[in-house]
Write a protein that binds this ligand. Structure first.
Ligand code: WQD
Length: 338
């Protein structure tokens, strides 16, 4: 069974390629390397002993997408990660995000719906919920008006897939709404490689810990939470990768009741910024240099998942603790800076 992983050189994509190969799938990666390096192929191969097929390609080129599916007519499933994902950048460059995240999705679905059967996993995000009214967040929580073009592309992306599945029964799809991915493969052969100054909390923490950054700014401690800092559901990237394999198997084994399903993928536990900092200090044995500053525009107070649907229906549950994930993130940071 050949599986296409778009964005397969990226953070979550590369970890998912490893888990797919471990399950015996043949993997072909499409990546335009705009936010990832071909070096990642070596890391994947070092872990699994199998080098995935790789085609450097931009999904915005419709002719290339058509030609890819002509050449790889045996692709039985697609896991679609390739997208731009920087919230702040999306506010500055909305058209780049609408083109790169949505036009490419349409080109992929146009090819998949020409097959007798197609299985499609979409990389969505808890960002579709905005600040949900109730915690933990279930899949039935209302989708709120997006706070950024990035978040809007995830909402619109889900609607494009839903509307297509409604008229194309041959398309079987699942959207996975990620919470906050973090960490790295325990081998430290692959991990997160943020370009430039990290926007996300965990890579900024580990880069501060290793001395690459002077000090972590904690964006506000005046939120209505126990310690005043925002709460998120931090999930180990390997747990998240495994959820993709389980979801794909559900579709390929024909176990899905509907031809479009949505699942939250988190740990079900919320952690505050201070708790994440303390986790780093525990696993690294070092004090982190941080300073509380003003709130960051657009941040919500809290988001953590109700994962009972994925636990029950997918038979999937996150296994790693916050400290496990932080330990892997720190080991990775030390390795790439050594
Ligand atoms: C987490 C918490 C910050 C950096 C983003 C995207 C979301 C998804 C996951 C793609 C917040 C605080 C952060 C820092 C800080 N990505 N923080 N100092 O914003 O929850 O979600 O990544 O799907 O779409 O929005 O993650 O890691 O940026 O922030 O205090 O230097 O850490 O205020 O409370 P976020 P994050």
């Amino acid at each position: 069974m050949k599986i296409l992983v778009t964005g397969g050189l990226g953070f979550i994509g590369s970890h998912t390629v490893v888990e797919l190969q471990k399950e015996g799938y043949e993997v072909v990666i499409i990546d335009n390397c705009s936010n990832a390096s071909e070096e990642v192929l070596e890391g994947i191969t070092a872990i699994t002993g199998k080098r995935p097929l790789f085609e450097k390609m931009d999904l915005r080129d419709k002719a290339d997408v058509i030609s890819f599916f002509d050449r790889h007519s045996d692709v039985a499933g697609v896991i679609h990660f390739a997208a731009s994902k920087a919230v702040g950048e999306s506010v500055e460059k909305p058209l780049l995000y609408y083109e790169n995240n949505l036009t490419t999705l349409v080109y992929l679905l146009q090819q998949l719906t020409q097959k007798k059967k197609a299985h499609f996993i979409f990389s969505s995000s808890c960002t579709v919920y905005g600040q949900a009214d109730e915690m933990p967040i279930t899949e039935n929580a209302p989708v709120k008006p997006a706070e950024s073009p990035y978040g809007n592309t995830k909402q619109i992306g889900e609607e494009i897939i839903r509307d297509t599945c409604r008229v194309c029964p041959q398309l079987q799809a699942i959207s996975l709404r990620y919470f906050n991915p973090m960490g790295a493969h325990p081998s430290a052969e692959i991990g997160e490689l943020p370009l430039g100054v990290p926007q996300n909390l965990v890579p900024f923490i580990t880069q501060t810990g290793i001395g690459l950054r002077e000090q972590l700014s904690v964006f506000g401690d005046d939120y209505p939470t126990e310690d005043g800092t925002c709460i998120r559901d931090y999930i180990h990237v390997v747990d998240l990768a495994r959820a993709h394999v389980v979801a794909l198997k559900r579709l390929m084994d024909g176990k899905n009741e509907e031809n479009y399903e949505v699942f939250n993928v988190g740990t079900g536990t919320g952690s505050s910024v201070m708790e994440v900092i303390h986790s780093f200090e525990r696993v690294s044995g070092t004090k982190l240099n941080y300073k509380v500053v003003g709130r960051r525009a657009g941040d919500i107070t809290q988001a953590y998942a109700d994962t009972s649907l994925a636990n029950r229906v997918l038979g999937w549950k996150a296994e790693s603790t916050l400290d496990d994930a932080m330990r892997s993130a720190w080991k990775w940071e030390q390795k790439i800076r050594s």
